[in-house]
Write a protein that binds this ligand. Structure first.
Ligand code: XMP
Ligand code: MG
Length: 174
């Protein structure tokens, strides 16, 4: 299990502090409202679980799953929804939660699809942002940490489905 060498990039204590800060800003922005929080499976589930428990606005939650056809860790640009949300979002305030934005292809695709359903508002909260990797312009309204172009695991993020359980964000060496 531990054959892959890794270094801690963001420690659990710093993650906890930042998630609380994000939740405070979001709670202020949506004061008096009710959110539909949509997580992108699987990577966002840990971040989303922590975030919603720190919010001071009521929320419903739902999940989507996306598939991108390409090789390995690189998004190809051809994306589809393989599991849709089951919650109607017309007229609702929607917050999409994602683990990481890289090329921007997945989130720009999903945001376009969800906007077709006429939500009252739609914003995106990402835990990590690799800004230098963008292939399409995309900016999330809420960003946990900007990180350099390293492949990271932990706190929901995986390498071949491993390491999602790690409490810290780590960089795979090798
Ligand atoms: P885009 O479409 O923005 O894709 O290129 C974002 C998705 O790519 C995956 N991704 C990563 N997953 N460590 C991971 O575990 C990483 O460093 C990483 N970079 C991108 C991830 O699935 C995300 O949803
Ligand atoms: Mg993902």
């Amino acid at each position: 299990m531990d054959r892959v060498k890794r270094d801690i990039l963001i420690a659990k204590a710093d993650i906890d502090k930042r998630v609380q800060e994000l939740a405070d800003v979001i709670s202020r922005d949506y004061e008096g409202k009710e959110l539909v929080v949509i997580g992108i499976l699987k990577g966002a589930f840990v971040f989303m679980a922590d975030l919603i428990r720190s919010l001071r606005v009521p929320c419903m939650i739902d999940f989507v799953r996306l598939a991108s056809y390409g090789t390995g860790t690189v998004s190809s640009g051809s994306i589809m929804i393989t599991k849709d949300i089951e919650t109607p979002i017309r007229g609702r305030d929607v917050l999409v939660v994602e683990d990481i934005v890289d090329t921007g292809l997945s989130l720009s695709f999903l945001v376009d699809r969800l906007k077709e359903r006429d939500p009252q508002s739609l914003k995106v909260c990402v835990f990590l942002d690799k800004k230098e990797r963008r292939k399409v312009p995309f900016e999330a309204e809420y960003v946990g940490f900007d990180i350099p172009d390293h492949f990271v695991v932990g706190y929901g993020l995986d390498f071949n489905e491993m390491y999602r359980f790690l409490p810290d964000v780590c960089v795979i060496k090798e």
